[in-house]
Design a protein around this ligand. Sequence first.
Ligand SMILES: Nc1nc2c(c(=O)[nH]1)N[C@H]1C(S)=C(S)[C@@H](COP(=O)(O)OP(=O)(O)OC[C@H]3O[C@@H](n4cnc5c(=O)[nH]c(N)nc54)[C@H](O)[C@@H]3O)O[C@H]1N2
Ligand SMILES: Nc1nc2c(c(=O)[nH]1)N[C@H]1C(S)=C(S)[C@@H](COP(=O)(O)OP(=O)(O)OC[C@H]3O[C@@H](n4cnc5c(=O)[nH]c(N)nc54)[C@H](O)[C@@H]3O)O[C@H]1N2
Ligand code: SF4
Ligand SMILES: [Mo]
Length: 749
Amino acid sequence: MSADWQPTACILCECNCGIVVQTEGRTLARIRGDKDNPASQGYTCNKALRLDHYQNNRARLTSPMRRRADGSYEEIDWDTAITEIAAGFRRIADTHGGDKIFYYGGGGQGNHLGGAYSSSFLKLLGSRYRSNALAQEKTGENWVDVQLYGGHTRGEFEHAEVSVFVGKNPWMSQSFPRARTVLNEIAKDPARSMIVIDPVVTDTARLANFHLRVKPGTDAWCLAALAAVLVQENLCNEAFLAEHVHGADEVRKVLQTIPVGEYAARSGVDEELLRAAARRIAAADSVAVFEDLGVQQAPNSTLCSYLNKLLWILTGSFAKRGGQHLHSSFAPLFSLSGVGRSPVTGAPIIAGLMPSNVVPQEILTDHPDRFRAMLVESANPAHSIADSENCRAAFESLELLVVVDVAMTETARLAHYVLPAASQFEKPEATFFNFEFPRNEFHLRHPLFEPVPGTLPEPEIWARLVRALGMVSDDDLRPLREAAQHGRDAYTQAFFTELAANPALGKVLPYVLYETLGPTLPDGLAGAAALWGLAQKAAVAYPDAVRRAGHADGNALFDAILTGKSGVTFSVHEYADDWALMGHADHKIRLVIPEMLDDIRALANAGTELTSAEFPIVLSAGERRAFTANDILRDPSWRKRDADGALRVSVEDADALGLVDGGRARITTAAGSAEAVVEVSETMLPGHAALPNGFGLDFVDADGQRRVPGVAPNSLTSSDWRDPYAGTPWHKHVPARIEAVTAGLVAAG
Ligand SMILES: Nc1nc2c(c(=O)[nH]1)N[C@H]1C(S)=C(S)[C@@H](COP(=O)(O)OP(=O)(O)OC[C@H]3O[C@@H](n4cnc5c(=O)[nH]c(N)nc54)[C@H](O)[C@@H]3O)O[C@H]1N2
Ligand SMILES: Nc1nc2c(c(=O)[nH]1)N[C@H]1C(S)=C(S)[C@@H](COP(=O)(O)OP(=O)(O)OC[C@H]3O[C@@H](n4cnc5c(=O)[nH]c(N)nc54)[C@H](O)[C@@H]3O)O[C@H]1N2
Ligand code: SF4
Ligand SMILES: [Mo]
């Protein structure tokens, strides 16, 4: 047992709060918040204490597996697995073209170093198409962001006078540092306000000064009305618009005509409350806005992304304390290249990502350009993409499916080969969602344990696969290997010389760094080699901000990251720097997006209801709760409550449908049907029901009992139920029928 408290991070959501742990053997025996972590400062939520259920659970893989003809799996050794998999993908590339090899995933909430290395193998094969969960949530927002200002923004909630949460429940889902602490501070401070737009009385909404309790799916009308009040009551920041924004008048002309009272009514919100919220935004020195799945996975999702950004742009809450910011980034969240269309359905590729929803349709077809093979890393698409049944059928039809995961997942069980990764506490891993401003942090975690025998860290898996292709030779790598022995400066110099002399190396950079710099890194940190390149980039992109954070150059930053076990601040910006971070050459916001203005006009005659007599209730399939964490924790005993992932229904619907608290209900949608335990809740509006995410995962208990608690949300969702611009799913808005299940029927069934 190690009595020392060792720094690492929680991996259950994108915040990756710093924690310190004491280990006993291979267990995480004691866990608490790490006060030295510059982002989380000792904060954790209730979930971090349960991390040993991730590290030590019975679903963990300990050997590469190959599927037999009868569908069962046999353990094989690593050399066999690597040789056969590399040859298999080579064969697909030679026969059908490398672009028929599709990559899904690349990182979960806390692991991103592995995915950084996959690109070398994929590029050598000629693979081009990829997707991951961002393409079922954030690509619509990205489409808007790129056009408005060419970057990603984040609100500074810690200091904002007014915080606006649109379809976002940070009390449960977190997503920014120290969320519950910050929410409590806002609620207690009479000088600050919180506006929440959500049909549910969430824990966040309870703290709000203004809860705009929209009817599900009507945010576009509510947000358009809010923006219209700013325009119609002359509450815009004229100086800001004149100096920094193109096209404000054209947008204002459209908003001028919006009937605020009618739109408030259509979204189910009291007009005076809506006007008061808009006036509060206008009166504030600073406004920060967070949109999340409640709008990103609901009808009009891309339009809602556009509309909510008008709130802080029209009031000029940018480049100042407590406002909205274009932050620095250490590893880019979105690739800016790779715009285009998917090969079969012609779906939009945004930020290099194909919509998750079209994945099965790009495989399950006789179209000549269909995907023939797939590599899945650190994701569980058979469970997390819309229409699980269709996904399963698609994955089963592939000529080759390889899954890299720590656990035997729903997706792994369809694979030809499953490769067991070392857990996130057995290898170096790093944060990725570094969005803060003016100070931004990056955290490289050191391994706490040796990998479980039989497993390998992903950087090593990808390196072995690249070696097996035999396309990069030792001669290519030798000069850099030698330079790495002579210190960071010698390596830097050699790196640029070699790259200029041998441009082919540029295609496989992460691999080159791993093979040449990796072996010289201390403490089992070889897998951190790719960060050297990112540190150089950050130092070039934000020279002053990186220096202000105390790092003289890219090498100094890299070394600080290697040694700063609790994380480092990598950039310290000044508020005015927001302008320089803007993507457009003239550093101005381009407010006109013609399609969005058309869509605002079209709201006048668009319907707000997507339900029908057959499916009269709106089901939100996949809500974040106290004990959900995507598909990361498979062992259901990690939950202290809500063990079955209850279906939450309103008091009114329960009465009308004969549902009782603790009873059971059958939920039927166009895609499927499932049974759940009922929770009758005053937090729900009539006509709205919700199921949690992260349920319906199977697990075999110590006594050999297979259990599947709760409902797999995507057994109820459909591929075509998606946004027209980004292809993001409308998981929060699935028309459904709910019926009581009586004990007699259960016995009969
Ligand atoms: N506990 C926990 N935290 C997590 C995760 C987890 O699995 N569990 N996952 C992480 C991930 S991957 C993500 S992307 C984030 C997501 O974080 P959130 O987006 O905050 O999570 P959700 O609960 O899915 O949805 C947010 C809210 O949308 C509301 N909503 C439903 N329909 C509508 C609508 O029509 N309009 C509006 N305005 N709101 C609506 C719901 O009532 C809910 O309160 O959470 C992260 N944090
Ligand atoms: N219906 C519905 N569907 C949804 C959502 C919803 O709200 N409703 N939410 C969507 C959202 S926002 C998201 S982010 C996605 C999430 O869905 P996915 O992107 O599929 O990701 P996770 O569920 O987080 O699964 C992460 C996987 O990584 C594995 N893993 C953990 N550690 C490691 C490691 O170190 N190495 C490797 N190789 N693997 C590891 C875990 O075992 C798990 O299988 O789900 C989406 N799907
Ligand atoms: S906020 Fe996220 S990262 Fe922090 S302790 Fe909770 S689940 Fe873990
Ligand atoms: Mo997500």
